[in-house]
Design a binder for this molecule. Structure first.
Ligand code: COS
Length: 388
């Protein structure tokens, strides 16, 4: 299905990103940590490289990468702090893909070219104070009023909300249906009256990323703002699930990129630090930690890439997308833990990058579906497939 760009073009893009990571992003990590923001010149460089549009089709101004190409590029990008990826992440993934997958031509024309250049940021507003893993239990309401809908409710932990020009908002249009069947996806411009973005949350890690509450008070939108048009009323949950499904391959790829960085740092440290008269890498228990990390990382990379390829050929990969997200994010957690352990006391100190990476990776096991939700999806698919 998704062909992507020619292999030689992709290799050029990949090596440009690898250079950018090495020369620009890694040296800026401490600044991002200190300022809790991405420097404007780096944002502009990411725009110039087309990174905001990596998954948006070429005919709408994006790079038009295949899922496999996106996976490899995201892995390369996440060799640097994942905070840089977060800036483009919603335009590449959850913020744009609902429009790419289910939007009308008019919606694609209106939003995708601006999302591809990074001129506009898109956010995905599904989670609420009482709606997390049980995504179908959305309480934000959208009541029909003639040809319009009036939205009321609060969304929580919305990535890039403070930067967003448009939100994909999931709201209950049919209060008589309790689950996902009564939920509709709307495209809501950030400047619509009644929409307020709260101040950014304080978090454990990934400084420089921005999440906030988004509050809707009598926000009026036309029925044409439903993703896919008015005939998609009450069909938003499926859009959310499809978007998250693809997003899980993206998160798995992030985990692989950041785990590679942590393993490289740990290996370097094992060769440099001496105890008992030799480099600690000479000690077999340290070797075991490096070896386990390398083996698990290789397995995670193989899984996420084959899943991305399955996406490209079959158009979906629900079980393996969840397996990738689950395995890769848990793997990154284990690699972080071992990498910190290899550093000993130094690993707990903020001067060493592993302290920050250890905090940053924790989120991988939570967002776009917790590990426990991935386990549920995998088991359900397994049983459904068995039953035919
Ligand atoms: N692709 C297409 N359709 C899908 C789908 C997918 N990946 N997953 C589910 N659906 C469809 C189902 O086919 C079903 O359709 P019908 O009603 O027509 O049969 C519908 O969506 C409801 O599916 P299901 O019964 O599985 O829904 P549940 O309420 O049991 O919840 C989980 C499913 C738990 C998987 C869902 O709520 C979920 O993913 N939760 C995690 C949310 C999340 O990731 N949040 C992260 C924050 S946003 S960054």
């Amino acid at each position: 299905m998704a062909k992507g760009v020619d292999a030689d073009v992709f290799e050029q893009i990949l090596s440009t990103v690898q250079r950018f990571v090495r020369d620009r992003l890694i040296p800026a990590e401490d600044r991002v940590e200190a300022e809790d923001d991405i420097p404007e010149e780096i944002v502009q460089e990411m725009r110039d490289m087309g990174l905001f549009g990596m998954s948006i089709p070429e005919e709408r101004g994006g790079l038009g990468l295949s899922t496999l190409q996106e996976s490899r590029l995201v892995e390369a990008l996440c060799y640097a702090s994942m905070s840089f990826r977060s800036l483009i992440g919603t335009n590449v993934g959850i913020g744009s893909q609902g429009i790419v997958m289910d939007g009308t031509d008019a919606q694609k024309d209106e939003y995708l070219p601006r999302l591809a250049t990074g001129e506009m940021i898109a956010s995905f507003a599904l989670t609420e104070p009482d709606t997390g893993s049980d995504a179908g239990s959305v309480r934000t309401s959208a009541k029909r009023d003639g040809g319009d809908f009036v939205i009321n409710g609060t969304k929580r932990y919305i990535t890039n909300a403070v930067r967003a020009g448009v939100f994909t908002v999931f709201a209950r249009t049919n209060p008589d249906i309790a689950g996902g069947g009564g939920v509709t996806a709307f495209l809501v411009p950030a400047n619509t009256p009644g929409l307020t973005v709260a101040k950014p949350d304080r978090k454990l890690g990934q400084r420089g990323t921005k999440t906030s509450d988004v509050i809707f008070e009598n926000v009026r939108v036309p029925e044409t703002s439903i993703i896919g048009g008015p005939q998609n009323e009450n069909k938003g949950f499926r859009t959310a699930m499809k978007v998250l499904d693809r997003g899980r391959v993206h998160v798995g790829s992030m985990a692989v990129g950041t785990a590679q960085r942590m393993l490289d740092i740990a290996t370097g440290y094992a060769l440099e630090r001496k105890q008992f008269g030799v480099e600690i890498g000479q000690h077999q228990l340290v070797q075991a930690m490096l070896a386990d990390s390398a083996a698990e990382l290789a397995a995670a990379r193989a899984l996420v890439r084959s899943t991305a390829q399955q996406y490209d050929t079959e158009g979906q990969a629900i079980l393996n997308a969840s397996a990738s997200k689950y395995f890769c994010s848990e793997m990154a957690g284990r690699v972080a833990d071992r990498a910190l352990q290899i550093h000993g006391g130094a690993g707990y100190m903020a001067e060493y990058p592993i302290e920050r990476l250890y905090r940053d990776v924790r989120l991988l096991r939570i967002y776009e579906g917790t590990s426990q939700i991935q386990q549920i999806i995998i088991a359900r698919r397994l049983m459904a497939e068995y039953q035919g």
